[in-house]
Ligand binder design. Structure first.
Ligand code: AMP
Length: 281
């Protein structure tokens, strides 16, 4: 496995793959890798000839009061894990490498679906994501790019951007990887105290409960209210609990497939999760 820290170095490493028409699979990450990330890499390994994983904590997708400075940076450990799952190239550029040089005047803004859910809570976040993902797509020029359904809205935004701008890349969504107790794996889980870590699986329990209630015929609004009550009773501070269609349109009755989204804080740590419930006639 090679590690590249410059755009030039990465391009040189990939030039042979490109000229021999090998398929390139790309997994963008912010590092501090866990099984959720590694499952994206495994999926890329299965589908593609060459697997590139980027590790870059992207400053422009963090708000002023968010955790950019404290975000865990564990490159050595990450590299070891990536070598074990068959990654070919790690791209770990500096902020200077990605944003140095002339000042950036171009923004990429996907409208509508970014004003909702996490976008409403984190202004500018998805613009920052769209810019870095586009830059990385242009640098890596992958055939396939892999994103987790854990960040469902991010996946939807990337799919929309790729389609709108005719980017020649197939975006593949990978299901959420969970701990045994149901908690969706996340680099931010490391911020939780032991006690908070014990409480955190209540989010997934509430979502599974909601799935059962929907299937049993309970009204969507009641199901959402139950999740909120459940989370508050467990000591969460709720950012949002919302139902949307898989394309992120609003929905008030369970008369088609629905995705239920939760963002909630335990102490200072913000956790997100979602569950898709299929509508069966
Ligand atoms: P991050 O490093 O948090 O930016 O995540 C990099 C990629 O890994 C994104 O596409 C995430 O959606 C994905 N990811 C993170 N955690 C999980 C998880 N538990 N299950 C599936 N994908 C995940």
């Amino acid at each position: 496995m090679k590690t590249e820290t410059t755009i030039q170095g990465l391009s040189a490493s990939l030039s042979k793959a490109r000229s021999s028409r090998k398929t390139i699979g790309f997994v963008p990450t912010m590092g501090n890798l866990h099984e959720g990330h590694l499952n994206l890499v495994r999926e890329a390994r299965n589908l593609c000839d060459v697997v590139v994983v980027s590790i870059f904590v992207n400053p422009i997708q963090f708000g002023p009061n968010e955790d950019f400075d404290s975000y865990p940076r564990t490159l050595d450990q990450d590299s070891q894990l990536l070598a074990e799952v068959g990654c070919d190239i790690v791209f770990a550029p500096s902020v200077e490498q990605m944003y140095g040089g002339q000042s950036r005047l171009t923004n990429i803004s996907v409208s509508d679906i970014t004003n909702d859910l996490c976008g409403a809570q984190r202004p500018g976040h998805f613009d920052g994501v769209a810019v870095i993902v586009t830059k990385l797509f242009n640098i890596v020029q992958p055939n396939f790019a892999f994103f987790g359904q854990k960040d469902y809205q991010q996946l939807a935004v990337i799919k929309q951007m790729v389609a709108d701008l005719n980017m020649p890349i197939e975006v593949i969504g990978v299901p959420i990887t969970r701990a045994e107790d149901g908690l969706a794996l996340s680099s931010r889980n490391g911020y939780l105290s032991d006690e908070q870590r014990q409480t955190a699986p209540a989010i997934y329990k509430a979502l599974k409960n909601a799935e059962a209630e929907l299937k049993a015929g309970q009204a969507l609004a009641d199901v959402i209210a139950n999740i909120k009550a459940d989370l508050v009773a467990n000591g969460f501070e709720i950012d949002y609990v919302e139902a949307r269609t898989p394309m992120l349109q609003t929905i008030d009755q369970f008369d088609q497939d629905v995705v239920i989204f939760v963002a909630a804080k335990l102490g200072k740590t913000r956790l997100i999760d979602n569950i898709q419930v299929a509508f069966v006639v």
